[in-house]
Design a protein around this ligand. Structure first.
Ligand SMILES: NC(=O)c1ccc[n+]([C@@H]2O[C@H](COP(=O)([O-])OP(=O)(O)OC[C@H]3O[C@@H](n4cnc5c(N)ncnc54)[C@H](OP(=O)(O)O)[C@@H]3O)[C@@H](O)[C@H]2O)c1
Length: 261
């Protein structure tokens, strides 16, 4: 079990120092899909620490309640709320964004982080597994992107940060659905960036290698070599911190000393 509550307090202190004298994210309104654990939870913590107001979503309501409690441990007044939503379903995404409108009164930052993996040879993948992976990792990001762009129009701009993967450029055996979803997400990210950057919408995507989470049920004893979720959150903050003239459109992040097989 990853002990999120252990690092959340320490990390918040670090982010406060990084953003000292910078009110960059103060009052910015952010939604993070898949914010109940892992990378999404770390990003929620980082954005809150930098002054943003945050909504997180996921499918499991109990996990969301637990995440909000964890985030609020240091400060019960932190502006974070959660709502259950399944990004693979357009109607659920619509409800998510109606909730965002009620909670935040607009939107400045969307982080498309929700993701699942089903790892099986192409010939053994069921249509349900294919649809789940593509529906969550790719179509879900598109549904949320559409909803965010509509709101960014009113806010005169915004950020979309997509959590892709190195699996979006490096195919591997057993990765048919996951590779396809992340290659697709990279294409969606770049095309959306080109479509909307002159409207002051900044679209970036991050491609991490192995991160220490419980992704798709993988059990994690502390590996000692994987990327920490808060390191990906740090990259998100770095993207948001850039001056308006400059856009970090793609970032690859790797463990510096990967385990040798
Ligand atoms: N861990 C890695 O090594 C790694 C490497 C590269 C990229 N990534 C990417 O990073 C992202 C986050 O992964 P993670 O490692 O933090 O995984 P994780 O610990 O399994 O967290 C995934 C999050 O997404 C949510 N989620 C899954 N399906 C959803 C859906 N249909 N609708 C809404 N929320 C959904 C989960 O909550 P519920 O299950 O309750 O819905 C959970 O909050 C994913 O996109 C993943 O592909 C991970």
């Amino acid at each position: 079990m990853v002990r999120y509550d252990q690092w959340i307090g320490n990390y918040r202190k670090g982010v406060k120092e990084t953003f000292m004298n910078e009110d960059l994210l103060k009052g910015k309104r952010a939604v993070i899909t898949g914010g109940s654990r892992g990378i999404g939870l770390a990003i929620a913590n980082a954005l809150l620490s930098a002054g943003a107001k945050v909504v997180i979503c996921g499918r499991d309501e109990n996990a969301l309640d637990h995440a909000v409690k964890t985030l609020k441990k240091a400060d019960a007044d932190l502006p974070v709320t959660a709502t259950p939503a399944d990004v693979a379903h357009p109607a659920s995404v619509e409800q998510l964004f109606e909730y965002v409108d009620r909670q935040l009164g607009g939107l400045d930052i969307l982080v498309n982080n929700a993701g699942v993996g089903r790892f099986r040879a192409a010939g053994e993948l069921s249509i349900e597994e294919w649809n789940e992976v593509i529906g969550t990792n790719l179509s879900g990001a598109f549904y949320c992107t559409r909803a965010a762009l509509e709101r960014f129009g009113k806010a005169r701009g915004g950020w979309i940060i997509n959590i892709s993967s190195l699996a979006g450029k490096n195919p591997f055996a057993g990765g048919a659905a996951y590779n396809a979803s992340k290659f697709g997400l990279n294409g969606l990210s770049e095309a959306t960036m080109l479509d909307h950057r002159s409207d002051n919408v900044r679209v970036s995507y991050i491609m991490p290698g192995s991160v220490e989470t419980e992704f798709s049920g993988t059990r994690t004893e502390s590996s000692g070599w994987k990327i920490a979720p808060e390191d990906i959150a740090q990259v998100v903050l770095d993207i948001l911190k850039m001056p308006e003239r400059t856009l970090i459109s793609r970032v690859e992040v790797r463990p510096s000393r990967p385990q040798r097989n």
